[in-house]
Structures are given as structure tokens and as C-alpha cells.
Write a protein that binds this ligand. Sequence first.
Ligand SMILES: [Zn+2]
Length: 266
Amino acid sequence: MPSQVTVSRNARGQYHVSILVEDTIPELEPADRVVGLDAGITSLYTLSTGEKITNPRHERRDRARLAKAQRVLARKEKGSRNRAKARLKVAKIFGRIADRRRDHLHKLSTRLVRENQVIAIEDLSVRNMVKNRSLSRAISDAGWSEFRSMLEYKADWYGRRVVVIDRFYPSSKTCSVCGVLASTMPLTVREWACRCGTVHDRDVNAAKNILAVGLTVTACGDGVRPPRTGWCSWRSGSSPERTSRTERYGSARPVASNGVPVRALR
Ligand SMILES: [Zn+2]
């Protein structure tokens, strides 16, 4: 029996009915796989397994339409009827992008939570404020926080763990094989060679590092508050108890300086 029904209307004039139902979700059998996730620029997400998750289908076309609709809106006279119409059109396209992306992220988060016992991700919450507010960036960032919350509540339902890595951890610059830290790693570098001989795909390497740190946290933490120093240090001010299966990790110290870019964008 539903205990609460909510009707809402969005900017596109669509009505939504939400029904709150109480249910008990049985936890899944423990999984033996673990995964790290890197939120990328060229790929939507990269997994530590090497798999690259791309944007939902039609996203590129929808974004081009959105940009066009916004240009049209900018030309309309303030307060006019045509401006209201143009504004509704922008809202419709924006909403369709968000709907498709949400659907995509729901499928992905369900799959990852089913397959893996531990999912390690990065905390990107502050990036929103520092980076420029381009529209595509805004959509990606909104998608990320939505995706993170999907992972967190689904992990909670099914008895999995989401470990959130501190945003200052240099996941892209650290060699996931030998642990050496590269001195610089501009965003245009997609592939690089470490002095240990390993050639890295930038995003896969980052995802592997995120996973490694996540697993360290899991091993150190596991229900007990870990010591405040070394690998197991928690970031002060954060509250790992906020959601039961989400933990945070403190920042790492640079080790050495090395790293040669192999292939750059364009
Ligand atoms: Zn190395």
C-alpha cells in the first residue's frame, strides 16, 4: 500500500506522480569483484577494469539542439511571448538530456552495484565551484552528483560499499604499478609512460588508483575508526557515519617526480 502520493509539475509542463512505498530489500550475496571509477572528459566514466562508459546515445545531437535553442532565446525581446516560447523549448531539450542521462546512469549504477562489493569513486563536489560554468560542464557535473547518490543508496540497499576518495588525491598523476608520482599531467595527455616501463591510459590508470586507495580504506576502516596518520587517515571534518556504507579517504603525500606524456589530444 502506498503511504504517500506526490504530484509535481516541471518547467516543461510535465506532471510527475511519485508514490512512496515501504518495502524490504534483501541484500545481495557478497560479490567477489571490486571496481574503481574515474569521471572523465573524453569518456563519461572509466572503470579500473579498462571499460569506458560513453555518453548516452543522442547526447551529442541533443546538446547541439540545446545550444541552438539557447541562441534563439538570447535573441528574443525580454518579456515577449516569443521569449516565453523559446524559454520553454530550451527547458524541454535540457529536460530530455537530463532524462536520458538519468536513465543511462540508473542502468549503470544498478549494474555496478550488482557486480561489485566495493565501488571506489572520487569526490568531485568542489570542482563545480572552481571550474568554469560552461553548459556541458554543468550537465556533466549534475550527472556526477546524481550518479554518486544513486550508487550510494543502491549500495545501501544491496549491502555493498561505496568509498569516496578525497579530491586532492592525485589519481591521474600516480603510476598504478610502481606508485611514482608524475610531475605534471595536463588534461590533453591521454596516454603516458612511467619510468617503470608501464604505458598508461590516463583514465584507466586513474580508476585503478582510485580503486587501490578505496581498498586500502576498506581494509583499514572496516567498521572501526582508523588511526589519523598514514594511509588510513580520514579527512578531518568529514563524517563517515553520514551514510553507513560511504567512507572518505584523506589526501596522499607526493612520492617522487617523473612521467612522460606519450600521446596527447589532437
Ligand atoms: Zn610506474
